[in-house]
Design a protein around this ligand. Structure first.
Ligand SMILES: N[C@@H](CCC(=O)N[C@@H](CS)C(=O)NCC(=O)O)C(=O)O
Length: 224
């Protein structure tokens, strides 16, 4: 099974967490989307030229991080079960909230952080910040009495949350939300998440160093 990815990509990290959680053997293939020749080759596998993509030993191709994780969960039923059928709607809802409201808003805030100061904070940025706050406080409430986002079992929702909440700290400080902050700390001490963070760190630091307006990950405060 071939996994086309970049170690710093948050969507790829979602899948890598699932692969490591289930201890699934795979062949990692780094994709350089900035190299026009490599990009053209890769488009034969994924016409959208987006990472991640999974190619099975039978030549089946899967893209979209959440679909790849669903495929892995079906094919490799060993623990942890990432899409527990009894909690499936809640798992999918949280995955959507993270992808649509948190990740998209994060992208808007990131783009804004790279504009000249006088051009920042336009309407779309205010709207994105509002959606981000709503989504983060929803997660904060859910995490009131849970270890992971959908209860005591690590799920697709957590595979999605870990990279997104890590990169979110570049542009949005959520340390005023203690449940979310403590949850992020639990994620960081989980082996699969610590591993993808370690593997993505060099590329991410290179990316941060090349920004017009450098950004830093806010450290996780000790939450009460
Ligand atoms: N909806 C896709 C999004 C994948 C995606 O946007 N990947 C980024 C890397 S994090 C990418 O390939 N960007 C390259 C580009 O947009 O040209 C998924 O869930 O897998």
């Amino acid at each position: 099974m071939k996994f086309y990815y970049d170690p710093a990509s948050s969507y790829c990290q979602r899948v890598a967490i699932a692969l490591y959680e289930k201890d699934i053997p795979f062949t990692p293939i780094k994709v350089s989307l900035f190299d026009p020749e490599a990009r053209e080759q890769y488009q034969k596998i994924n016409p959208f030229a987006k990472i991640p993509t999974l190619e099975t030993d039978n030549g089946e191709i899967f893209f979209e991080a959440c679909i790849i994780i669903e495929y892995l969960d079906r094919q490799f039923p060993q623990q942890p079960c990432l899409l527990n059928p009894e909690r499936i709607l809640e798992i999918r809802t949280i995955e959507r909230i993270i992808d649509v409201y948190i990740n998209s808003s994060r992208e808007v805030l990131f783009a804004d952080s790279q504009r000249e100061l006088e051009l920042r904070g336009k309407k779309e940025v205010i709207k994105a910040s509002r959606l981000l706050e709503i989504a983060c406080s929803l997660l904060e409430d859910r995490l009131q009495d849970r270890t992971w986002l959908v209860g005591e079992q690590f799920s697709l929702a957590d595979c999605t949350a870990a990279p997104t909440l890590t990169y979110l700290r570049l542009v949005y400080d959520y340390r005023h939300l203690p449940n979310l902050t403590n949850y992020m700390k639990r994620l960081e001490s989980r082996a699969s998440v610590a591993r993808v963070q370690r593997e993505g760190r060099i590329r991410m630091n290179q990316m941060l160093a090349s920004l017009a307006y450098p950004l830093k990950l806010a450290p996780l405060a000790v939450a009460r």
